[in-house]
Design a protein around this ligand. Structure first.
Ligand SMILES: Nc1ncnc2c1ncn2[C@@H]1O[C@H](COP(=O)(O)OP(=O)(O)OP(=O)(O)O)[C@@H](O)[C@H]1O
Length: 261
């Protein structure tokens, strides 16, 4: 977080919510060119061993910093590779064993959600959580013996509190949210697409990305209204178990090609 974020303290409140099933990690991005040009201070420091981050009030050197503790802290010099290996790896591995898992990126516009989730192709250590999860799932499937997997993907967008199927025949159609007594909340008639390899996953996510509502990159009221959920559903044949991982993809129209852009 930079001094600009501190001007909106309500953005900092709901951080600490840790239980056995939920892990919260925080990542700090470097100052961007605009912030450097404005002469902004870096107000955050991190102690990775204590998983603690400290925020200093800009221009108040005498004031003690405020400390917040997380399950993991990633400062500007740490990579998505490191973060994936330490936080996401076990969750995705669990999915291939029949557990559900969710990776959720939360943060103010421009804070680095897309950078972390979709990532960049170069350097390789900064490839995103999503392409890493695809590779991880298909590698695990190939290594599994005596087990067959059916992998399907769905992709929806919530915009202005309306749900749309980004991979459906009519991507403008408003979808209905339903609740099943056993399986919980689901979107009726959401399309599911079988995928056989990483390349197919990447193509399908690109296709959905192009179908998203546009015009909400800037830090304005519309930005917070758009959320999208990409889900990989894994059906494991020999046990009859069903599992799925849900990956929330942050909104951004600035990246036209998720994996090569
Ligand atoms: N860890 C990082 N290292 C280097 N650059 C980063 C890092 N995190 C983010 N950036 C850069 O900061 C800018 C904003 O990041 P990004 O687009 O990921 O934000 P966002 O949270 O997805 O924003 P929005 O909600 O508006 O879509 C981008 O130019 C991105 O490349």
């Amino acid at each position: 977080y930079t001094s600009e974020h501190l001007k909106q303290p309500q953005k900092l409140d709901p951080w600490v919510m840790v239980s056995e099933a939920v892990k919260v990690v925080v990542r700090c991005r470097p100052l961007n060119d605009r912030e450097k040009a404005l002469g902004s201070d870096t107000v955050l420091s991190m102690d990775p061993h204590r998983c603690q981050c400290s925020i200093h009030r800009p221009g108040a050197a005498d004031e003690p910093p405020k400390h917040f503790t997380f399950d993991g802290t990633y400062f500007i010099d740490q990579t998505t590779e490191q973060m994936y290996n330490e936080t996401a790896y076990a969750l995705v591995e669990g999915v291939t064993e029949g557990y559900n898992g969710t990776i959720f990126a939360y943060g103010q516009t421009g804070s680095g959600k897309s950078f972390t989730m979709q990532g960049v192709s170069e350097p390789a250590a900064q490839r995103g959580v999503i392409p890493r999860a695809f590779e991880h799932v298909f590698e695990s499937i190939q290594c599994a013996e005596n087990t067959k997997f059916l992998v399907r993907a769905s992709y929806l967008e919530i915009y202005n509190e309306e749900i749309r199927d980004l991979l459906g025949n009519d991507t403008k159609q408003k979808m209905e949210l339903k609740e099943h007594p056993e399986h919980g909340v689901y979107v009726r008639d959401l399309s599911m697409h079988t995928v056989h390899n990483v390349g197919e996953c990447e193509r399908i996510i690109e296709q959905g990305w192009r179908n998203r509502a546009v015009g909400y990159t800037l830090m304005n009221k519309d930005s917070s209204r758009s959320h999208s959920i990409f889900t990989i559903h894994l059906e494991i044949c020999n046990t009859g178990e069903h599992a799925h991982t849900i990956i929330i993809i942050p909104h951004s129209e600035s990246r036209t090609n998720l994996f090569n852009g």
